[in-house]
Structures are given as C-alpha cells and as structure tokens.
Design a protein around this ligand. Structure first.
Ligand code: ATP
Length: 491
C-alpha cells in the first residue's frame, strides 16, 4: 500500500483535506475533516486517559503557545534549533543537507569522459568521491554550501514590529512544562518521581515538509516530562536510566494496545553524534510507514539541562527538596514525545486492509474501537418504509448519548456496510421489516435489530431494549465472540 492510497481515502471519506484547497492549497498544511477530527480526538483522549488519569504519578497541563522569548534562549532553541540547509542556485528550492543523500542521483563524473552515473541513495560517486552537487528537484542548479537555518517561527507581540516585541511560536510543548515545574510541584504537593503531561500544537518551519501529515509545519504533540530524583537508584542502577527503559517499554505497549502490529514497530537508539545538545540518551520508536521506517515518537533523557537553564536565566530556583537526604536536587527528566498527527497516520496505515469477500474487494480499516471515529452506524434496510426509518432514527438518538452513532440511508445495505468498513466503524445496526412488522398484514414487529461486526462480518439479532447493554459490553473491552455468542452469531 502506498501513501497515495491513504491520502485518497482520507480525502474521499472526510478524514483529512488539504488546507485552503480552493486557493490551490497551503504547502504542507492539512485540515482534519469530520471523521479526522473524531479520530484525532480519540487518539488524544486515550493517550490522556492512559497517561494522566490511569497513573497515580502524573498530572496534566495546558500551557500557552506564545511564551516569554527568553524561554527559547534558555532552552537553547535560539542557538541550536536549526538544520543545515542548501539552496538550489537555479530553481531556488531549499533542502535539508542531511536528507539530500536519501534519494539516488545522476552524476556526470569529471574524472571520466562521457560518464553519466546513477549513484544509489546514501553513496558518493565511486570514481571521484563527490556527493550530490546538483538540485534533486530540477536537476540543473548547483547547490550552495550548507547554512544553518533556525526552525522557529518568529512573530511579534503587540502592534509594533520591533525586536523588543519579537517572540516565537513554540517548537515543542516541553518548555511550557519546564517553566511551570515549580507551580505544579507546589500546587499539587507532588513527590518524585512524577510526570507532567501535555497535548498541544507546536510549530517548526521545516525546510522539507512532506509525506502528507508525517512532517508539517504545524502539528500536535503529546508530551510527557517525567521527573526523577538523580540521587536515587533502582536495583543498583541510576533511577533515570531505569525510568528511561520503563518508558520505552510503556510507549511501545501503548501502540500495540491500540492495534499497531508489533512487526511494524522498532526502537532505534540515537548515535552519540546525533544526540540533541541536552540529551544523555535518546531512543526513537519507529514505525514502518509507506515511506520506510521513520520516527513516530522520541524518548529522550534530557537530564537536568532544562530546569538548570531556566533557573539560570530566570534567577528562580527550580529544585525539589529531597526529604530523605535533606538536600535540594534538580530532577532529571525522561521525555516521551509523540506526535498526534504522526500517530494518527500510523494508526490509519496499520489498520488499512484490502480483503476479498465473495469475489469482491472490501476495504476495511481495522481500527481499535477506542479510536474508531464512529462507533455505531444505524442503517434502515428499506428507506421507503416510514416505520423502519423512524425506528432507526430513534435508535440513533438513543445510542448517540453514549457513543458516536450515525444514521445513513443513502444506498443499499451492502453498500452501506462497505462504506462503514472503509472508515473503520466497528458495528452496524440494521432495522428491517421484521423489526417493525407490517400493519397492513396485521403482523407485529419483533423489536429486534441486527448488529453486524466489522471484522468478522458476522451478525446477531438483539432486542432494541438491550442495545445499550450489549454495546456497553462490546465497546468496553468485551469480545464479539463473548458478547455476540449469547445471541447466536450468524453469518
Ligand atoms: P524529525 O527527526 O522527524 O524531524 P525530531 O526528532 O525533530 O523529528 P522531536 O523533536 O523528537 O522530533 O519531536 C517529537 C515528535 O513530534 C516526533 O516523534 C513526531 O512524532 C512529532 N513531530 C516532530 N516534528 C514534526 C513535524 N514537523 N510534523 C509532524 N510531527 C512532528
């Protein structure tokens, strides 16, 4: 499956649209449509539930995007948050110097006559040792030597655009947590180790955004700063190192829990030279995207770097009093930093299946039910029968009190099922003639409806009055076999 398959499904079915499309689109900006916003909200919700609500050692925060400009001096972003970039002298396109090697290139080697070589990705010319010098897009222009390009978006606060009013859109949510460390510590009376979690938008003026929502200039992060006492040991090992490993395991387990297949996830250690200026160790969780293995989440040991820097620049003490050792310490911090948009892309890609059912292709998103945008679709078998339609509407309003439930009568039933499969709706409820009966023939309805399971396509018949209980069981961890089994599963 290619990225194009996902992009086209997303557009066709209202998950993700290109931003400002009617004006020709805004580069690398994307809008979440009716189903996309539900999916993204669900991902954020389960992350928040599992990270903040279910853990006794975590609290939440929602800091502002605009911060005091000194924050970014202290954090090192003004000086270090840059990528080396090169420009094409002909078409003026700009590329990340460290990514240039990722595509094969054509080289006219000066050491050979008539030499036109196709040089594979990541390799220099075998004859002269040159790396790519011509633009990978237009193929004509010479590339400039690399220059550092700061990725922070600048803006001005207030009406006057002068240096004193210069500030930045945050490039990560983390700093909002560090500068609030003492506020949270004092107000919540926390004991180490504890974490502060936050979900919010971040902005980076990426040189080469692309690959759909994988790399954009505006994106959402789900970040945890987990503070650990550096004087503590666990089984004879420094507590920060142990917690780092625990978080890597925990975060991997989280992606598995919501349906990502283990063979599509791996952990990649950062090399020494690759480590950010603040990091003691960083491990990335990578996912096998259609573009190849790429970072889904970074888990860094940021040591006491940030708190110390903010203490130095602000003149405020950012320490924790260790009662046991009667000493003030600056906690170390483990940071699992995930992208909400990148996670969404991984969940979509992993859930996407093309299956053959009775000689026909069925596209199905096998999304975990906690993150599926719509949980239940109520479908009338015949839309010309008033009682069927009315009953279906009633059922929709009833179930919508607890779960995202939609009504659809715009096609024949087979088609309606396929449409729900394609957007990952776990269950469909169908109202038919038997449900409502036939007054003309003097037949009473049985007040039962059919529930169809997305993954097995099996069906059960359930009294309308029992629907809330059945769905409570099905959508709260019960399996189809267990719950459906009580009603006699049929094909
Ligand atoms: P990359 O190497 O891909 O640029 P990074 O190492 O700079 O990423 P981090 O600073 O570790 O990324 O950010 C943490 C997470 O935030 C990433 O794992 C990713 O999920 C998300 N993220 C970072 N930059 C972007 C972006 N431009 N678009 C979408 N998500 C992003």
């Amino acid at each position: 499956m290619t990225m194009d398959t996902i992009v086209s499904l997303c557009k066709r079915r209202g998950f993700i649209f290109q931003s400002s499309e009617i004006y020709g689109g805004a580069g690398s900006c994307w809008d979440y449509g009716p189903l996309g916003v539900e999916l993204k909200n669900n991902i954020k919700r389960v992350w928040w539930r599992d990270t903040v609500h279910l853990r006794p050692d975590m609290v939440g925060l929602d800091a502002s995007i605009l911060m005091h400009p000194t924050v970014w001096k202290a954090s090192g972003h003004v000086d270090h948050f840059s990528d080396p970039m090169v420009d094409c002298r002909a078409c003026r396109r700009r590329f990340r110097a460290d990514k240039l090697d990722e595509t094969p290139w054509v080289h006219f080697c000066p050491t050979k006559t008539d030499a036109r070589f196709d040089v594979p990705a990541g390799e220099p010319c075998r004859h002269c040792g040159a790396r790519r010098t011509l633009c990978p897009e237009c193929g004509k222009g010479e590339l400039t030597p690399p220059r550092q390009f700061n990725l922070m978006f600048k803006t001005y606060t207030g009406p006057v655009e002068e240096d004193a009013a210069l500030t930045y859109l945050r490039p990560e949510t983390a700093q909002g947590i560090f500068v609030n460390f003492d506020n949270v510590l004092q107000s919540m009376r926390l004991k180490l180790p504890f974490g502060i979690a936050q979900i919010g938008k971040s902005f980076r003026n990426e040189i080469t955004p692309g690959n759909f929502i994988f790399r954009t200039r505006e994106f959402e992060q789900m970040e945890i700063e987990f503070f650990v006492n550096p004087n503590e040991t666990i089984d004879g090992r420094p507590a920060d190192e142990v917690w780092h490993e625990r978080w890597i395991e925990e975060r991997l387990a989280w992606y598995h829990r919501y349906g990502i297949r283990p063979e599509n996830l791996r952990v990649r250690e950062h090399e020494k030279e690759e480590l950010a200026h603040y990091a003691k160790r960083t491990a990335d969780i990578e996912y096998r995207f259609p573009i190849g293995w790429s970072e889904l989440e970074g888990i860094a040991n940021r040591t006491d770097y940030d708190l110390k820097q903010h203490a130095r620049f602000s003149g405020k003490s950012l320490t924790y009093f260790d009662e046991e050792r009667k000493t003030h310490v600056v906690p170390y911090v483990i940071e699992p930093s995930a992208g909400a948009d990148r996670s969404l892309l991984a969940f979509l890609v992993d859930a996407y299946r093309e299956e053959e059912v009775r000689g026909e292709k069925r596209v199905v998103l096998r999304l975990h039910q906690d993150i599926a945008p719509t949980k239940i679709a109520v479908l009338p078998l015949l839309k010309k029968r008033g009682e069927i339609v009315a009953t279906a509407h009633e059922i929709r309003s009833l179930l919508a009190r607890w779960w995202v439930t939609v009504y659809d009568d715009t096609a024949a039933i087979g088609r309606l099922y396929r449409r729900q499969d394609e957007v990952g709706t776990p269950y469909c409820v169908t109202v038919d003639v038997q449900t409502v009966g036939d007054v003309d023939k003097g037949e009473a309805g049985d007040q039962r409806v059919t529930i169809r399971d997305r993954d097995s396509m099996q069906q059960i018949r359930v009294p309308i009055a029992e629907l809330p209980t059945v769905f409570r069981q099905l959508l709260d961890g019960g399996t189809w076999q267990q719950v459906g089994g009580r009603y006699g599963i049929g094909g």
